[in-house]
Design a protein around this ligand. Structure first.
Ligand code: F6P
Length: 369
């Protein structure tokens, strides 16, 4: 039932950055609500901003956004193209980067106008919303939906993708428990989270990790060693150490970028680095697991499906009212929205006084210090 004339008649939609479970549920949420309630037309761009630069768009008909609620990945394809970032010299060595960039932005503006779009709906994380904000500064109408398994977008309490990744990571930790116990080993598991440790913190608590290491708290290997030895001394023959991929030691924190890069080139993965340090510190037999892209694959959790659908339907409402330049958000239990400048150019880190850190410590988990 069409209940109101629409401020937006035609919009483009794309999924940018790394993919995550819930993208298709969100595409469905936006497009169904926009089509059913407001009679809008949707154009889907392929592979994120790359499709927008290249003008690779297709009309999305109801059959395109039907039957995709439970599917992982994205029917549009994802991509890490950042049209405002200095392009790689490899792309065209004859021209300065700034020229390549402005070519891309000009191409986007041209395609937006040529295709007759009233708004561009972008589904992505921090980088995507930074690009969205800059495109809005260039005069485009833009709306954002927050997705990422890292849950590190400023302005929303939660991004979709996080809940699914949390369930996958928790199951992996559960499965490591039994083999850790059988062999009386220390098991180190690395979860995604380059800059922010939300996933490691939550999965670590959900899976009963004995040590949780996140980028926000540089760790002291001696403190970890003491904790593991105390556990062993109290009869616990095994331990689980949950490490965010961006976790770093106190010593590493003191290094400058160049030094750290050199140090990390020896062992690029944080799980293997920490495992080696634990063995050297305690002599305990230690194994490392990197969960990797499994965390971003497969069907979305029920909670992500609900969140993505709610955010999508709310975005369609903003489209209808012509309220552009915003990112739809979850605030408490309510769906709301913030100006695109709020998430742009920022990362939502775990605050050191976050309740969850205290909760972890209360139940006996070592946070690396
Ligand atoms: O942004 C989500 C994320 O999963 C990060 O945690 C991770 O560092 C990154 O993507 C890696 O993704 P890709 O290899 O696709 O660039």
């Amino acid at each position: 039932m069409i209940i109101s004339p629409s401020g937006t008649k035609k919009f483009g939609i794309l999924t940018a950055g790394g993919d995550c479970p819930g993208l298709n549920a969100a595409i469905r949420g936006v497009c169904r609500a926009a089509y059913n309630r407001y009679n809008m037309k949707a154009l889907g761009f392929a592979y994120g901003f790359r499709g927008l630069v290249e003008g690779r768009a297709r009309v999305l008909n109801p059959e395109d956004f039907s039957g995709i609620l439970t599917q992982g990945g994205t029917i549009l394809g994802a991509g890490r193209e950042k049209p405002f970032r200095a392009a790689s010299a490899k792309m065209d060595i004859r021209r300065p980067d700034s020229e390549i960039e402005s070519d891309k932005v000009a191409a986007i503006k041209e395609n937006y106008a040529r295709l007759g779009l009233d708004c561009l709906v972008i589904l992505g994380g921090n980088g995507t919303h930074t690009t969205g904000y800059l495109l809005a500064q260039e005069g485009l109408n833009v709306l954002g939906l927050p997705k990422t398994i890292d849950n590190d977008i400023v302005g929303t309490d939660r991004a979709f993708g996080f809940s699914s990744a949390l369930a996958i990571a928790t199951e992996a930790i559960d499965r490591l428990h039994s083999t850790a116990q059988s062999h009386s080993r220390v098991m180190v598991i690395e979860l995604m989270g380059h800059k922010a440790g939300w996933l490691a913190l939550y999965a670590g608590v959900a899976g009963g990790g004995d040590v949780i290491l996140i980028p926000e708290i540089p760790y002291d290997i001696k403190a970890i060693g003491r904790h593991l030895e105390e556990r062993a001394g109290s009869g616990k023959s095994f331990s689980i150490v949950v490490v965010a991929e961006g976790a770093l030691s106190i010593e590493e924190k003191k290094m400058d970028k160049k030094e750290r890069k050199k140090y990390r080139a020896l062992i690029p993965s944080s799980a293997y680095r920490v495992a080696r340090e634990i063995e050297a510190e305690t002599g305990m037999e230690t194994r490392a697991t990197i969960l990797g892209y499994v965390q971003r694959g497969g069907i979305p959790s029920a909670s992500d499906r609900v969140l993505a659908t709610r955010l999508g339907a709310a975005a369609a409402g903003l489209l209808a009212r012509g309220e552009y330049g915003r990112m739809v958000t979850l605030s408490g239990s309510e769906i709301s929205s913030v100006d695109l400048s709020v998430p742009a150019n920022k990362v939502k880190n775990v605050p050191l006084d976050h309740q969850m850190i205290d909760t972890a410590v209360c139940v006996g988990t070592c946070m690396g210090i």
